[in-house]
Design a protein around this ligand. Sequence first.
Ligand code: GLV
Length: 326
Amino acid sequence: MPKIYITRPIPVSAVRLLEETFGKDAVRMWPEDTIIPRQKLLQNVAGVDAILAILTERIDDELFDAAGPQLRIVANMAVGFDNIDVPAATRRRIPVSNTPGVLTETTADLTWALILATCRRLGESERFLRSGQWKCWSPTFMLGTDVHGKKLGIFGLGRIGQAVARRARAFGMDVMYYDPTRYEFPREAAMGVRYVEFDELLRESDILTVHCFLSPETRHAFGEAQFCAMKKSAVFINTARGPIVDEPALARALKNGDIFAAGLDVFEEEPKVHPELLACENAVLLPHIGSATEETRAKMAEMAARNIIQRLHGEVPVNCLNPEIL
Ligand code: GLV
């Protein structure tokens, strides 16, 4: 009987899938909805065949050493996998999988929620009302910026970027994108997007939204120079990964009026949020809930579980990130 370790309570349907396949005793799970202490994690993975991890766990050489040579897969319950040292896993011939596709539409919905909340100052407005400060309707009160008809800039046109672009059509927007890989023209036309270089994306976007993976190339892709190049009326949105943005630089840009507002679902050192961002009324800040719906989290967990089942049954996991080793 294989041993499977789950690093945090996940939707029950996925646990059931593993238990029904391998037996109840095969599955162990960290029982608390808190980050498992590192030492406990290292102890608890010793001798396991599979780890179902979430993005708060650092999966690296130290953890592979602690697990031991029988480890046959790490399945991440996330599309992003910057918490995993994939080259280290590859060196050890351990497959790693992620959960692409199932969270695309949900994350695009949340991106749009942030775009609307940020442009129309929803966080600030709600705080104002709840604190009892609202006295009367006013022609000049809480003025935001229109979304419809504006220029939307997408940084990274992968699955989620494209889903965001699809929604932009309903708002009659001019959609531009920058991505190191440019699509062929017919594909761009079908998606209703046009390619621009990064500096044009910065200069032209009314709303700029980030949808790339975190990598050495994208780390701090947005810093002081980039925020200064944007319109003073621009709105910046990030639902991808925090370290793509230099947070102190963003906080300064918001404070100095270099851009109008920002909507963030991700942060450089989660769960810490830079104190200067917390002080910005023109920032809408969410606790990394991009894929947080009942339906989607169940699909993500089940997908991670299925990758484990495939691997332990001797198949190539469908969402394997390093299939060349198998
Ligand atoms: C969430 O952030 C994910 O990468 O799935």
